[in-house]
Design a protein around this ligand. Structure first.
Ligand SMILES: [Zn+2]
Length: 131
């Protein structure tokens, strides 16, 4: 289980250092409940994170506060399903969250629903990564 609140400062610094945007981090109990509350109902449940541009221009990354082992496994299994292999680095909670948040931002920066380019963009922006 990851409690995202314990990584808030780190993730806020990560977002502050990103070029081309002014993203803020919101940590919520349920991303899908939050999305429904702003009239963006989701079909999935237990959503780990999503990024939205509000109509007033704010850029918000919303992350579920408690990420169970099963939720983490679903995300990591997504890499396997997309043929990107095992990503052992992401088993570290901080690395997992860095990639999760950057991936959601990437959907807006790259303006695509495709997962692969967003994964690649996220990896390329993870701090301390040697390209
Ligand atoms: Zn995605």
């Amino acid at each position: 289980m990851i409690d995202v609140e314990q990584h808030r400062d780190h993730l806020e610094r990560l977002l502050a250092d990103l070029e081309g945007g002014n993203w803020v981090l919101w940590i919520v109990t349920s991303v899908e409940d939050w999305a429904a509350s702003i009239n963006r109902p989701q079909r999935r449940i237990l959503i780990p994170a999503m990024a939205v541009r509000a109509s007033d221009g704010r850029q918000i990354v919303v992350v579920r506060r408690l990420l169970s082992d099963n939720i983490q496994k679903d995300v990591l299994d997504g890499f396997l399903a997309r043929g990107q292999g095992d990503q052992p680095e992401l088993k570290d909670p901080r690395r997992f969250l860095e990639h999760l948040v950057l991936h959601e931002v990437a959907h807006h920066v790259l303006d695509t629903q495709d997962e692969e380019p967003c994964d690649a963009w996220a990896f390329s922006r993870m701090p301390g990564r040697v390209p």
